[in-house]
Design a protein around this ligand. Structure first.
Ligand code: SAM
Length: 267
């Protein structure tokens, strides 16, 4: 019961985030300012993925036309649609936010991407068929899943033998209070779920871009507080202050390493 309530509360938090169009616009203007050419404008992400990482994801996935990939925690769909277009594969996006999924569907329609479809589900229980995908991606979601072993086991279940799971996330020794427990290395959990590790690549450049993103957000906080509702403005400012260590003196970004991981389900 307590777990169900926590799940509902996490879903509502993300629904509220996606329902507020102005915050996406504001964050995108900061991404552009902080990331420069590394901001994947075409992929309109709500995470911290860079153009270089997207290109590497495509290379690591090794899928193409006539094949099918899953995008786990797809959000509004941007990075997954970018990968689907780049590879020619069809895509099924899964997220627990119904608001995000509506926007992902609308985005696929407006970009004429009939091979991208969306369904509601959680990382741990996608509702997708077993051994039915030639690949899976996830962009900046795993940190948010409380039960990571269950999420990795579910991913292994939906993949065909020989298929790859490619994701970006962070490995951390510490996270600010209120955040899900950090994982300092994803590899033991992936091995436990039956994956072989093909790549495990730290991405320090993306970590420093994220620091710049938060610094720019705080520099422009007047726009945030005057243009948005107080709750949304405060939660965004709190995120920036928490990670930069302005709330409790711990610079949490220094305890956080961004990684791109490719894991293969044995053939
Ligand atoms: C930082 S956003 C990233 C969205 C998208 N991948 C992108 O890069 O634009 C994290 C997403 O994960 C979803 N999410 C978080 N926990 C989830 C879970 N347990 N099951 C399904 N989706 C989840 C949220 O609703 C949100 O859309």
């Amino acid at each position: 019961m307590a777990e169900e309530l926590a799940f509902l509360s996490r879903t509502r938090t993300w629904d509220a985030f996606y329902a507020e169009a102005k915050i996406a616009e504001f964050r995108r203007s900061i991404y552009l300012e902080a990331f420069g050419e590394e901001y994947p404008a075409d992929a309109a992400t709500d995470g911290y993925i860079t153009c270089s990482e997207l290109r590497e994801m495509v290379e690591a996935l090794q899928v193409g036309r006539g094949q099918k990939i899953a995008d786990l925690g797809c959000g509004r769909g941007g990075p997954g649609q970018w990968v689907a277009e780049a590879t020619g594969a069809s895509l099924v996006g899964v997220d627990f936010s119904a608001v995000a999924l509506e926007q992902a569907q609308a985005r696929a329609r407006s970009r004429n991407l009939p091979a991208c479809s969306y369904r509601r589900g959680s990382f741990q229980a996608t509702g997708l068929d077993s051994s039915s995908f030639e690949g899976a991606i996830s962009v900046d979601v795993i940190w948010a899943i409380p039960d990571k072993p269950a999420g990795f086991a579910e991913t292994a279940r939906i993949l065909k033998p020989g298929a790859r799971f490619v994701f970006t996330d962070w490995e951390r020794d510490l996270s600010p209070p209120g955040y899900p427990a950090p994982v300092s290395d994803h590899r033991p959990l992936l091995l436990e779920a039956g994956f072989e590790i093909e790549r495990h690549k730290p991405w320090p450049q993306a970590d420093s871009l994220r620091r710049t993103f938060y610094e720019r957000m705080l520099a422009r906080q007047g726009e945030l507080t005057s243009g948005l509702d107080a709750k949304t403005a405060e939660s965004n400012l709190r995120e920036a202050r928490a990670w930069l260590g302005l709330l409790d003196g711990v610079d949490y970004l220094r305890h956080s390493r961004r990684v791109l991981v490719a894991a293969r389900k044995p053939a």
